[in-house]
Design a protein around this ligand. Structure first.
Ligand SMILES: Nc1ncnc2c1ncn2[C@@H]1O[C@H](COP(=O)(O)OP(=O)(O)OP(=O)(O)O)[C@@H](O)[C@H]1O
Ligand SMILES: [Mg+2]
Length: 225
């Protein structure tokens, strides 16, 4: 599977989700390639740090690609890995389009704030545009990240995201927790935290499992037809 984590908004948690997904998949025994398609190179900096703290055993392969090279190179890498995760920037839609063109799954994190949620129409247009020219199906999921631990904002935001007929909203919400930032700054995923943040691990594992089962279900349905 080729996953792109993207969106049009900066700071929504794309790199956090992309690096956590990469490590989550690699912990399940998959051979994973993490592609950094963001010129800020957050995923690359994370991986460099991780290589140091793990004595070179980061558990996955990483590379940097931009622009149309994302499409060309990912197609070449496709048969060599079980899964590919592409981390994109919030602004560079050239790289993001190239990534989506070769992707099976698009994961778009949103923060439960109006400025973030207003970008959904632009993301929908991007998905529609890519779907219209793409030979294979593109599954698109919105998720809520850095959500509030309590209050009604999460529910209101989820309802708004659920209205989309282009991008499917999927839970659980990922609550804003220090453990995400703390583990990332140590080159770790939240599932590797010490001490482990059980709530964060539960949320992220459940979210990733649900995305995988959504894809399986849809793929089975597709295969049956
Ligand atoms: N669930 C979370 N809880 C707490 N902090 C979070 C969470 N998700 C992301 N963050 C923090 O928010 C900041 C932005 O996250 P991240 O770098 O993943 O966003 P991004 O969408 O990749 O940003 P950019 O658009 O700049 O690439 C980081 O400091 C990260 O540690
Ligand atoms: Mg990023």
């Amino acid at each position: 599977m080729i996953f792109t984590v993207g969106g049009i908004k900066g700071g929504s948690g794309k790199s956090t989700i992309a690096t956590n997904l990469t490590i989550w998949l690699s912990k399940q025994g998959f051979d994973v390639l993490l592609v950094d398609a963001d010129e800020q190179e957050t995923a690359t900096k994370f991986t460099k740090w991780r290589e140091r703290v793990t004595d070179g055993n980061s558990g996955y392969t990483a590379t940097i690609l931009t622009g149309d090279a994302v499409r060309q190179q990912v197609l070449k890498f496709k048969s060599k890995f079980d899964h590919i995760v592409i981390d994109t920037g919030g602004r560079d839609t050239t790289s993001q389009r190239a990534a989506l063109f070769v992707s099976d799954v698009y994961i778009v994190p949103f923060n439960p704030r109006s400025f973030d949620l207003w970008t959904i129409a632009d993301v929908e247009n991007l998905v529609k545009e890519v779907r219209s020219i793409k030979p294979k199906e593109l599954y698109a999921f919105s998720i809520l990240n850095r959500a509030d631990p309590k209050g009604s904002d999460n529910k209101d935001s989820a309802e708004l995201l659920r209205e989309s007929e282009v991008i499917k909203h999927i839970g659980p919400v990922i609550v804003g927790r220090k453990s995400f930032a703390n583990t990332a700054s140590n080159g770790l995923s939240v599932i590797e935290g010490n001490p482990v943040d059980e709530k964060a691990v539960h949320e992220i594992s459940l979210l990733f499992s649900k995305i995988m089962s959504e894809i399986d279900v849809n793929f089975n349905v597709k295969n049956d037809v």
